[in-house]
Design a protein around this ligand. Structure first.
Ligand code: G4P
Length: 534
């Protein structure tokens, strides 16, 4: 198969959702369709029970969670699908955000009873900034849920994206009994037996007011369907693939992952509408996925998959060209050649060695220490540099130092390496050479930091949580930061590029400080600073 064919058949996406919306269940159902797993419950088992793979980091085993995002792949009707998993709950970390950098589209999963929740909002923002297409799956319609028009409103108001329902739940007052497929004008009803909806009940084709539907639905449900569809057709947005592609219109699907209802319809439509691997921006210009030159970037590093060896597995997204096992490529950041050893892909719960991979694929390779998160690898002579990853807003801060001052050297070494991996954000504490301020988006990052410094560098940390939850990068053409007013409750630190950052208790306080310091520019991220070379 040619490079173009390989690119065309690939779809690489992430599922974004709030914990408990049903991401694990939906992933499992998708893998079942692809034949990648044969038993419902396999993915779930991985999530909640002990890990089948014995050499994951100890902390993962102890907590029964996956510290870093996993990647799953399967084939379905000629497509090769890579699902990037984004962990939730207390294992939410910067890795969750970074994973989105590797996706070409995202599936936003929403609980029909709960609507748009906090974590979904955070992840959505990152997708929105990247302008990638977002598909919405409203889950759990097998049980009581909110009105679908309310949910559309919520998506539009809270997330600022228009929604186009591809199907519509049948039912009244939040009790649903099936869906109407707007693309084929047909209805599908839940099986009322215990078959978990895998068996389709009577269905019919025709416009919503077709008499055939009347025979299948109760009068009330039928009337409500006719009214709803009329309203959607008259007042709703038109379907516009261009808007889907630039992330301003989200195709919206209703279904139930657990009862497997509407999942196949979703998968098939998704594969039809979701983009194949797209060109990627680099500092030297855009790279087409069909370019023969192999290029990739690293979006995640998982250290000590095997604690016996100090090895790290580096996850990369292939952006163009063909990957071949054992190939030697250039590491852009160091300028050095790197041999890509023991390439692996991840199929459901297993890892497999691979010989080749293509644009859109995610692979893991072993590395001793030279590669960092966000780095570029390329083959051939033409230099390629993928743009830097954005800094994701840290919400938790702590002051750390080595308990034993004799371990200072190991502490610094460990912190330098962990910062390169992107395990936490590191700030200098201007008042002290012995301690650092670290920022994280989730509590787990602190736990991993503590664990790894102890087990890999022999350093016991002293960690004090700080009462800040927002960071602002500060800039002024004329003034020194020492002239900032009303910042008694905040803390001034320097980031790794010696830029001044203010750590502040909360958003309200941040706005208050901004108002009192009109001579300064406050940015939520360093790449928004004027004159910043990003
Ligand atoms: P997550 O990965 O997003 O955190 O969610 P997960 O799939 O673990 O699902 C969270 C809970 O929601 C699970 O229930 C799951 O069975 C349930 N669920 C998922 N999809 C649906 C659906 O379509 N309909 C209904 N009614 N429930 C759904 P649990 O009680 O936490 O676990 P379990 O005992 O069912 O395994």
């Amino acid at each position: 198969m040619s490079l173009i064919d390989e690119v065309n058949k690939r779809r690489t996406f992430a599922i974004i959702s709030h914990p408990d919306a049903g991401k694990t269940t939906l992933t499992e159902k998708l893998l079942l369709y692809g034949g990648a797993i044969h038993l419902a419950g396999s993915v779930k088992a991985r999530k909640t029970a002990k890990h089948a793979v014995s050499d994951w980091m100890e902390i993962e085993k102890q907590r029964g969670i996956s510290v870093t995002s996993s990647v799953l792949q399967f084939d379905y009707e000629g497509h090769h699908i890579n699902i990037l998993d984004t962990p939730g709950h207390q294992d939410f970390s910067e890795d969750t955000y970074r994973t989105l950098m590797a996706a070409d589209s995202a599936v936003m999963l929403i609980d029909v009873a709960k609507g748009v929740e906090e974590q979904t909002k955070k992840l959505f923002r990152v997708c929105r900034e990247r302008q990638i297409p977002i598909f919405t799956f409203v889950n759990k319609i097998d049980r009581f849920g909110r009105n679908p028009f309310d949910l559309m409103d919520e998506i539009e108001n809270i997330l600022g994206i228009r929604a186009y329902p591809m199907n519509w739940p049948l039912g009244i007052n939040g009790n649903y009994e099936g869906i109407y497929d707007r693309t084929t004008s047909s209805i599908e009803l839940f099986a009322k037996d215990m078959n978990h909806g895998q068996q389709k009940l009577a269905s019919a084709k025709g416009s919503a007011d077709d008499p055939a539907f009347k025979a299948l639905l109760s009068d009330d449900v039928h009337r409500s369907l006719v009214d709803d569809i009329e309203l959607l057709d008259a007042a709703g947005d038109e379907f516009d693939l261009k808007k889907v592609k630039n992330g301003t219109l989200t195709p919206m699907f209703f279904g139930s992952a657990m009862t497997n209802f509407g999942v196949k319809l979703f998968l098939e439509k998704f594969l039809e509408l979701a983009p194949k691997p797209q060109p990627r921006k680099t500092k030297e210009g855009s790279v087409e996925p069909t370019s023969e030159q192999f290029t990739s970037f690293i979006f995640k590093i998982q250290a000590n998959m095997n604690p016996q060896h100090h090895d790290r597995i580096v996850f990369m997204r292939i952006c163009s060209g063909k990957f071949e096992k054992g190939m030697t490529v250039t590491h852009r950041q160091s300028g050095k050649p790197v041999r890509l050893m023991q390439p692996q892909q991840f199929l459901a719960t297993e890892r497999t060695m691979i010989d080749e991979a293509w644009p859109g694929d995610i692979i893991g390779v072993f590395d001793s220490s030279s590669l960092g998160v966000g780095d570029t690898l390329y083959d051939g002579k033409r230099q390629v540099t993928f743009a830097d990853f954005p800094t994701f807003p840290a919400e938790l801060f702590a002051r750390i130092r080595a308990k034993d001052s004799l371990k200072r050297k190991q502490f610094l070494k460990g912190m330098t390496q962990l910062a390169q991996e992107g395990a936490v954000q590191i700030y200098e504490n201007p008042g002290s050479m012995e301690s650092y301020i670290v920022g994280a988006v989730g509590q787990l990052q602190f736990e991993v930091l503590e664990y790894r410094l102890l087990h890999e560098y022999g350093v016991t940390l002293e960690m004090n949580r700080l009462p800040y939850s927002v960071a602002r990068w500060i800039y002024s053409e004329t003034k020194d930061y020492k002239e900032l007013k009303n910042i008694d409750s905040a803390m001034v630190v320097k980031d790794h590029k010696q830029r001044t950052v203010l750590l502040i208790t909360n958003e309200w306080q941040a706005n208050w400080i901004v108002e009192r310091n009109p001579d300064f520019i406050f940015c939520q991220r360093p790449d928004e600073l004027p004159l910043e070379d990003n």
